[in-house]
Design a protein around this ligand. Structure first.
Ligand code: DSN
Length: 475
C-alpha cells in the first residue's frame, strides 16, 4: 500500500512537472514543510491517504447541480452514488435526520443554513396576501416587499472578541450585512459563556436565529441550554460545529454537549477536527431539509463531486471505532498542552481547555500575538495569532495565540510529546522581546534570544522524526 502510494504520487508529480514545474516543486515543498514543523493551527489536520487520493480524480470534471436523483445535468449516476454515500455516513455518524454534502466550505455551509432558516421561518404580510406558504412559492415580482422583511431579521451569535466566528453576523462576512446582529459575550471574570445573561439578551433582542459555535473558545457549550433559550424566544438554534465536529463524531461531546439532537440545523467544515477533505456539510431536522436542498444554486456553485466523494471516505473513516480513540486523544492532549503551559507560567484564556483549543494570552511576555506567531514560526512551530477578550491590540496585532491538538494527535503525539511542545512554546515566548520602533516598542518586529530558534527547531525535529507524517510516502 505504502509503496503503491509513493509510486502514484511520484508519477503524478512527474506529470505535473512537465506542465507547470513550479506547482510540482511547491507541492513537494509543502510536504517537506508540513513534515518538518509542529502544526498547531487548531483548525488544521492531516487527511488520510484514502481521502487525499479520492480528491484527485475525474469526478472533478462532472457538473451535478441538483440533488441525488434529481439533477439538471445528464450522466450523474456516479455522482449520485458518492453524494448519497456521504449523506448516509453523515446521518449515521451524527444521528441526524438529514444531511447535505454539497457546501464547498464552512462559510458556504453557514450560508445554506441561513438561507434555509430565512426561507422556512420568515413570515410576512406579502406571503399571507399571496397565499404562499414559504418564500420559495413566490414569483420574482412578489419579492419587493419581502426584501424589506428579510432585512429586518435578527441573529445573535457569540462575539468575535471572545471566540465567535465572522459568519455569525459580523461585518466582514455577508451575515453581518444581511441581518441585524447582536452578539453575546462571556463572563468578564471566568471568560465562560454566561447562559443567564445570554437568555436575558435573547429575551430583549428576540432574534430569529441564535448561533452557537466558535473558532477560538477553548470550552464546551451546553446545547440543551442553548435550545431552551432559543425555544423561550421563538428562535431557531443554528450550531456551527466546524471546529469541534470531530469531537462530536468521536463521541467526546455527548448528551447536552452534542449539538445534533438539540439544534434545528447544524453546519460544519469537514477538514478540521473531522479530518476529511476541505469542505462543508449541513445537518438538519426534516423540517428544514427541503430548504437545505436548495443550497445550490441558491448560495452555492455546482457541487464539487470529487470532494463529496472524499467526504464519503472521510466520514466512513470517522465511523470506525479508532476515530473515537483519536477524538478522545485530541481532547486529552489539549488538556496536557494547557496544563504544560499553565505550570510554566503562560496565561490561558478561561484558565484551560476542555475541547481541542488552547488560547494563550501572550501579553504577559510583553509581546503581541503577531510577534509571538512569527517567533514561533521561526522556531518551527506553526500557530495563528488571535484576539483575546477585550484585546487592546485589536484583530491585526492581537494579544493572543491560538493553538490546537487535532493535527499532531493524528501524527501520533501523546501526553509526553505535548508536554514537551508546551515547554518549547514557553521557551520561545520567554525568549522573545519586541524590537524597538521610532515611537517605542514595535508591535510587529521582534528579537529572539541567540540560538533559540535553532535549538527549538532541533528539539521539535526530534519529536517529529519519532512521529513521521505519511511515513510510507517517499518522493
Ligand atoms: N479559518 C477557520 C479557523 O481557522 O478557525 C475558521 O473559519
Amino acid at each position: 500500500m505504502n509503496d503503491a502510494w509513493s509510486a502514484i504520487y511520484s508519477q503524478a508529480l512527474a506529470l505535473i512537472e512537465q506542465v507547470e514545474p513550479r506547482v510540482a516543486a511547491a507541492t513537494r515543498q509543502e510536504l517537506a514543510d508540513q513534515r518538518a514543523s509542529l502544526k498547531l493551527i487548531a483548525s488544521e489536520n492531516y487527511a488520510s491517504p484514502a481521502v487525499l487520493a479520492t480528491m484527485g480524480t475525474w469526478f472533478s470534471d462532472k457538473y451535478a447541480e441538483g440533488t441525488v436523483g434529481h439533477r439538471f445535468y445528464a450522466g450523474c449516476q456516479n455522482v449520485d452514488t458518492v453524494e448519497a454515500a456521504a449523506a448516509e455516513h453523515a446521518r449515521e455518524l451524527f444521528g441526524a435526520e438529514y444531511a447535505y454534502a454539497q457546501p464547498h466550505s464552512g462559510i458556504d455551509a453557514n450560508l445554506v443554513a441561513y438561507w434555509s432558516i430565512l426561507a422556512h421561518r420568515v413570515e410576512s404580510p406579502t406571503l399571507e396576501r399571496l397565499g404562499a406558504k414559504t418564500v420559495n412559492d413566490l414569483s420574482e415580482g412578489d419579492w419587493e416587499d419581502l426584501r424589506h422583511t428579510f432585512a429586518e431579521q435578527r441573529v445573535m451569535g457569540m462575539s468575535l472578541d471572545v471566540g465567535g466566528h465572522l459568519t455569525h453576523g459580523f461585518r466582514p462576512n455577508i451575515s453581518g450585512k444581511m441581518f441585524r446582529q447582536r452578539s453575546y459575550g462571556t463572563d468578564p471574570i471566568t471568560q465562560l459563556i454566561d447562559y443567564d445573561t445570554l437568555r436575558a439578551q435573547a429575551k430583549e433582542f428576540k432574534p430569529l436565529i441564535i448561533v452557537a459555535g466558535y473558532s477560538a473558545y477553548p470550552r464546551r457549550i451546553n446545547f440543551a441550554k442553548m435550545r431552551e433559550i432559543a425555544d423561550e424566544v421563538g428562535a431557531t438554534l443554528f450550531v456551527d460545529m466546524a471546529h469541534f465536529a470531530g469531537l462530536v463524531a468521536g463521541k467526546v461531546f455527548t448528551g447536552d454537549e452534542n449539538p445534533v439532537p438539540h439544534a434545528h440545523i447544524v453546519a460544519t467544515t469537514t477538514h478540521k477536527s473531522l479530518r476529511g477533505p476541505r469542505g462543508g456539510l449541513v445537518l438538519a431536522t426534516k423540517e428544514y431539509a427541503a430548504d437545505v436542498d436548495r443550497g445550490c444554486p441558491m448560495v452555492l456553485g455546482g457541487p464539487l463531486s470529487h470532494v463529496m466523494a472524499a467526504k464519503a471516505v472521510a466520514l466512513a473513516e470517522a465511523r470506525q471505532p479508532s476515530f473515537q480513540t483519536y477524538a478522545q486523544n485530541v481532547a486529552d492532549n489539549a488538556k496536557v498542552l494547557a496544563e504544560g503551559l499553565a505550570k510554566r507560567g503562560v496565561k490561558l484564556v478561561t484558565g484551560g481547555t476542555d475541547n481541542h483549543i488552547v488560547l494563550l494570552d501572550v501579553s504577559t511576555f510583553g509581546i503581541t500575538g503577531r510577534q509571538a506567531e512569527f517567533a514561533l514560526l521561526d522556531s518551527g512551530i506553526v500557530t495563528n495569532r488571535n484576539s483575546i477578550p477585550n484585546d487592546p491590540n485589536g484583530a491585526w496585532y492581537t494579544s493572543g495565540v491560538r493553538i490546537g491538538t487535532p493535527a499532531l494527535t493524528t501524527r501520533g503525539f501523546g501526553p509526553a510529546e505535548f508536554d514537551k511542545v508546551a515547554e518549547l512554546i514557553h521557551g520561545v515566548l520567554a525568549g522573545t522581546v519586541p524590537a524597538s520602533a521610532p515611537n517605542g516598542p514595535s508591535k510587529a518586529k521582534y528579537v529572539l534570544a541567540d540560538g533559540l530558534a535553532a535549538r527549538t527547531k532541533a528539539a521539535a525535529a526530534e519529536l517529529l522524526d519519532a512521529h513521521p507524517l505519511y511515513p510510507g510516502l517517499q518522493l
